[in-house]
Design a protein around this ligand. Sequence first.
Ligand code: PCA
Length: 329
Amino acid sequence: MKRLLSNLIFSGLAGAALIAAAGSALAQTAWVLPSAYPPANYHVQNLSQFASDVDAATKGALKINIHPNASLFKAPDIKRAVQTGQAQAGEVLISLHENENPVFGIDVVPFLATSFDQSKKLWAASRPAIEKALDAQGLKLLYTTPWPPQGIFTKKDVNGVADLKGLKWRAYNVGTSRIAEIVGAQPVTVQAAELPQALATGVVNGLMTSSATGVDSKIWESLTHYYDTQAWIPKNVVFVNKAAFAALDPAVQKAVTDAAAAAETRGWGLGAEKTAAYMETLKKNGMQVVEPSADLKKGLGEVGAKLTEDWLKKAGADGAAILDAYKKM
Ligand code: PCA
């Protein structure tokens, strides 16, 4: 390449611009981006599109290699891996980190934001605080995308919360464990990548998650009912190690933030659009998709009120201010 450059210079073709172009094409950076979800999941498809948008916009100067399905780091370890620079970027379910900062758990407060429209507003209200908290941990927020609303999967009829008692309840974060405690089920923390096996071996027989994760884990092979309770809309966030971002050329940085903005818009669209299709897939595979009874709704409302109280206690005045801002939107 050196010879090629000098040939260009001697041939008189190379102005400063040409050398600069050749230089940046040479400076190729590769990022590793772990995700905990399977390749067919729309979050991961969105990530792949994001990576190929960055590749195209930077003419290959920044390659982002996605490692899905918790193949590189387990779900709860991804954030730390990016903070410590073991991975340059990552995707996480932000509520996994509620213990670090209550604002990371605002989207899993039950019945606070249950439609995509409400969830978008809650994101607008909470984004500055979340962005600031991540920044203080050495992370730059790139974008966020929603999961479908959360419902209950079981192998039996559930007419009220009393029917959840004694279930081996799969939890994925603090809130879902707490629900188990309140209803008298046994919480077992299992991340999505291990869920198919936990279901197949009977380690769990009840859980709250989305239709998306139900389909990803072929849940009909073990369970029979899905109660569409629309209890909350959790979100994934994608972030990058601040030092890794700072090391990029300004033009490459812009390509990343532009592609991230496009991924955020696309991801919210995908979440809404795929929800109906995932429900159809559950039905097609024999799941009973059920509207929760008034009794179940009432019981879950009471469970939700307890979790809201817990959250408000932890989140203090800052949390209350975000909730106020959200309610005014
Ligand atoms: N699926 C992920 C998180 C939320 C969701 O809908 C899971 O069950 O782990």
